[in-house]
Design a protein around this ligand. Structure first.
Ligand SMILES: Cc1cc2nc3c(=O)[nH]c(=O)nc-3n(C[C@H](O)[C@H](O)[C@H](O)COP(=O)(O)OP(=O)(O)OC[C@H]3O[C@@H](n4cnc5c(N)ncnc54)[C@H](O)[C@@H]3O)c2cc1C
Ligand SMILES: *[C@@H]1O[C@H](CO)[C@@H](O)[C@H](O)[C@H]1NC(C)=O
Ligand SMILES: *[C@@H]1O[C@H](CO)[C@@H](O)[C@H](O)[C@H]1NC(C)=O
Length: 463
């Protein structure tokens, strides 16, 4: 198909979700009818971050879009659906911590260094010079393009219009697209513009900015040799994953980069500030002493891990307050832009990867072609809202609930202070609740995709 006839999809943001969407479109674009412009504000596609959990459910999607062979060697174990321990949960807020329960699912968590995942996605972008991508979709990457605004060309005569969108960037020429994807993260510019243009913008004011949860996360990577020196035979050296649970704080620990590093995420409920607005930068470098102070009196295994994190970073944990519309007109939000959630379930990117896969399936479906009629665009946005909003909200809520169990702040724990003895049945009950909340990780994403495609093929129900 000639370039002029292709559906012009503009993606704002080349994070994990924007990249996954571009790769998914190319993988599914059998009719070669899509042209992507991928706009990223940063001057380069940096490979950043620490560890990330990929679940069997997301693995199915990553395989479907062609990343299987590239990712297998980068996981901590070969993907399968055997029963595996996700986290050995321990009571951590006392000198001699002890085992509570092994939280298990089918297939475990596929742990990967975020930089490795991002690098594989970048290699599979259908850019003309790619050596691995089987190119069906045309793709152009525009770095240092920060979106400021979008406007709609009226081609119907009605106010507001329904035609293609014009994108406006800081210090760069503007551009036109048929479909606009906001994959620009928790602070999303696209979301802010999109919500302010809904018929009832005042209803959506509280979704313009994320809400601070009162929690912060300290993150760091520990080299295996360092930990072996700090505490020979440390449990984390050989364990698939651990969670040290305590009052108002907990830490999760798991291997990444084939076991070379151990990823540490230490979460603290900061009760000193009574506000839901975080002031200042969201991610700051902090001195190691701050982390030691936060976990003073905890198990020596935690102390040893902290001693190996010379340069911890602190992240403010923020989320959106369960936005209930992700698409309208020609604009679609995905990933953190639509549903930034708290990290207690390790599910934020997972849900974004599903958004990407399902929308890519709808846009590459034979019934979607240029020129896009208003009716077809409305059908796509209705289906996307129908199939993506409920699971994203459920996962956000579930993640929040899971946090209270990890933090020993769920109901039943009110009377206990940091370091207290807590009845074992209460502790095990909390770990079981966490385990139940991880059962979704092995469900089949094809069912959701099939449901979306069925709605497109027989749309009565959604219109
Ligand atoms: C402590 C912690 C642990 C986590 N662990 C997990 C886990 O184990 N598993 C999991 O699934 N998820 C996890 N998450 C969540 C996950 O990190 C996010 O959900 C995911 O990274 C979101 O990806 P994204 O592509 O939507 O957004 P981002 O990664 O934020 O990407 C957005 C991109 O858009 C660009 N951009 C922004 N504004 C503009 C603009 N105006 N114009 C152009 N470009 C723009 C940015 O530069 C950026 O590159 C965790 C999160 C935290 C904080
Ligand atoms: C749950 O969400 C609310 C609202 O954002 C927040 O105040 C609270 O701290 C969250 N709880 C946990 C454990 O993350
Ligand atoms: C998570 O657990 C809570 C409390 O046990 C429950 O209300 C919620 O439905 C669970 N969520 C999932 C996705 O299992």
């Amino acid at each position: 198909m000639s370039h002029q006839e292709r559906i012009r999809v503009a993606i704002i943001g080349a994070g994990v979700v924007g990249l996954t969407f571009a790769v998914a479109l190319n993988a599914l674009d059998k009719d070669r009818k899509i042209a992507i412009d991928l706009y990223e504000a940063a001057p380069e596609l940096a490979e950043i971050g620490a560890g990330i959990n990929v679940w069997p459910r997301s693995w199915e999607i990553l395989k479907q879009i062609g990343l299987g062979d590239a990712l297998i060697p980068l996981f901590d174990h070969h993907p399968d659906l055997e029963p595996r321990v996700i986290f050995g949960v321990r009571k951590g807020d006392q000198k001699d911590g002890f085992k509570i329960h092994d939280v298990t699912n089918y297939g475990g968590a596929l742990r990967i260094h975020r930089a490795d995942l991002q690098k594989s996605l970048m290699e599979h972008l259908p850019l003309p010079d790619s050596t691995v991508a089987d190119i069906k979709t045309l793709c152009t990457l525009h770095l240092s393009y920060r979106l400021l605004d979008y406007t709609q060309t009226t081609n119907t005569g009605s106010s507001g219009g329904s035609g293609p969108l014009t994108l406006h960037f800081a210090g760069k020429p503007s551009a036109v697209c048929d479909i606009l994807i906001g994959a620009d993260g928790i602070k999303s510019t696209v979301r802010q513009l999109f919500l302010s243009r809904l018929p009832n913008p005042q209803t959506y004011e509280r979704f313009l900015q994320p809400v601070w949860s009162g929690l912060v996360a300290y993150r760091g990577l520990v080299a295996k040799e360092d930990l072996q020196k700090a505490l020979p035979g440390h449990r984390a050296l050989t364990h698939s994953g651990l969670m040290y649970s305590g009052k108002s704080r907990y830490a999760v620990v798991y291997p990444v980069s084939g076991g070379k590093f151990i990823n540490v995420v230490a979460i603290v409920h900061d009760k000193s500030k009574d506000t839901n607005v975080w002031e200042g930068p969201w991610k700051v470098d902090v001195p190691q002493t701050e982390l030691f102070e936060q976990y003073a009196g905890w198990d020596e295994e935690i102390q040893a891990l902290i001693s190996c994190i010379k340069e911890p970073t602190k992240w403010a944990l923020q989320s959106l307050d369960n936005l209930d519309v992700f698409a309208k007109g020609r604009v679609f939000l995905m990933g953190d832009s639509a549903h930034a959630m708290l990290p207690h379930l390790g599910a934020g990117a997972t849900v974004g990867i599903e958004d990407a896969y399902i929308l890519a399936s709808l846009l590459t479906h034979p019934s979607t072609s240029r020129p896009l009629s208003t009716q077809h665009v409305n059908l796509l946005t209705n289906i996307y809202n129908t199939v993506r909003v409920p699971p994203a909200i459920a996962m956000s809520k579930s993640s929040n609930e899971t946090g209270y169990f990890c933090n020993l702040e769920a109901s039943g724990f009110e009377g206990y202070m940091e370091g207290d003895d807590i009845p074992m049945n209460l502790l095990v009950g909390a770990a079981h609740a966490v385990e139940r909340n991880w059962s979704w990780t092995t469900s089949d994403p094809e069912e959701d995709r099939q449901r979306a495609v069925t709605l497109l093929e027989s749309p009565r129900a959604v219109l």
